[in-house]
Write a protein that binds this ligand. Structure first.
Ligand SMILES: Nc1ncnc2c1ncn2[C@@H]1O[C@H](COP(=O)(O)OP(=O)(O)OP(=O)(O)O)[C@@H](O)[C@H]1O
Length: 271
């Protein structure tokens, strides 16, 4: 993960696409309970591949902050997962240079049976740190998350707010060059939210490349210079953030005719 300071930081997607398996069940009649039970046992769901993302390209360099905009289910979170390497693209590629940090699902990957300290160590090692480096973050993470008195407690005994604080403190304890985020931190009690906001601002300001998916346009305009509108897993617009937001609003307030035309256009560009 360590890189020479002189190396250029970038994040590129080159015609990236992702297909995932989708499990579907034939419509079953629910009038006969015995029949329903038999069919549930002997008629397993059918598996077919579904295109979630297609033909996504961009080239982000130092200073770029990309907003990912789109309706629910358009593919924003999945794109971020491809960018952080959680999914390998089925087509095309994602290439990057620089240390990457994801702020996606903050409580994902915890070991519920491990203690808070063990989880800090495990997460650090999983992120590429040496055991000694991971151990050196323990004190700061406990302090920031305000969980010092819970250090030896098993993770499953923590409240969801405490887990979120721990996840946030771990994910933001070091400055990275590329930051990939899903929405802005909002949970937690007031004093933590204030502290978290100020840390996040400093991490965003000091990162060279930022990708942020959000429905908060005010925030996106403030943070980002570029915007990408995702519609049904494809790029509907890519350009300056203000224009991307305007384009998204057009699509969002669209008539059925406009949606049909957009679908036809997207179909043409994809082929
Ligand atoms: N693991 C998966 N297997 C199959 N389909 C998936 C999987 N993950 C997501 N999808 C589908 O991919 C599409 C895009 O989902 P995604 O979570 O990326 O949307 P989103 O734009 O982030 O939505 P939201 O704004 O609601 O968070 C959805 O139709 C979703 O059902």
């Amino acid at each position: 993960m360590a890189m020479n300071k002189a190396e250029r930081v970038f994040l590129k997607a080159n015609r990236a696409g992702l297909d995932l398996p989708l499990f579907t069940q034939e419509q079953r009649s629910v009038t006969q309970s015995v029949g329903v039970l038999l069919r549930a046992a002997f008629d397993p769901p059918k598996r077919r591949m579904r295109t979630i993302l297609d033909d996504i390209s961009f080239d982000l360099g130092e200073g770029d902050r990309l907003a990912i905009i789109g309706r629910n289910g358009s593919g924003k979170s999945t794109l971020l997962k491809v960018l952080v390497g959680a999914y390998q693209p089925t087509r095309g590629e994602v290439v990057s240079s620089g240390s990457r940090q994801a702020l996606l699902n903050l409580s994902l990957g915890f070991n519920p049976e491990g203690t808070v300290v063990e989880n800090i160590l495990l997460r650090g090692i999983a992120m590429g740190s040496s055991p000694a480096q991971a151990a050196s973050t323990i004190d700061e993470v406990l302090e920031f998350s305000d969980l010092r008195e819970k250090a030896g407690h098993r993770l499953r005994t923590l409240s969801s707010g405490q887990r979120m604080r721990l996840g946030f403190a771990m994910a933001t304890s070091a400055q990275h060059q590329i930051l990939i985020m899903d929405e802005w931190i909002g949970a937690g009690d007031a004093s933590f939210v204030e502290k978290a906001k100020s840390r996040l601002h400093s991490r965003v300001d000091s990162a060279q490349v930022v990708v942020l998916a959000s429905h908060n346009f005010q925030l996106l305009r403030r943070i980002c210079n570029l915007g990408m509108v995702i519609e049904e897993g494809r790029v509907a617009y890519f350009g300056p953030v203000r224009e991307a937001i305007d384009e998204y609003k057009k699509i969002y307030q669209a008539t059925p005719e406009y949606i049909a035309r957009r679908k036809a256009e997207l179909g043409k560009t994809a082929s």
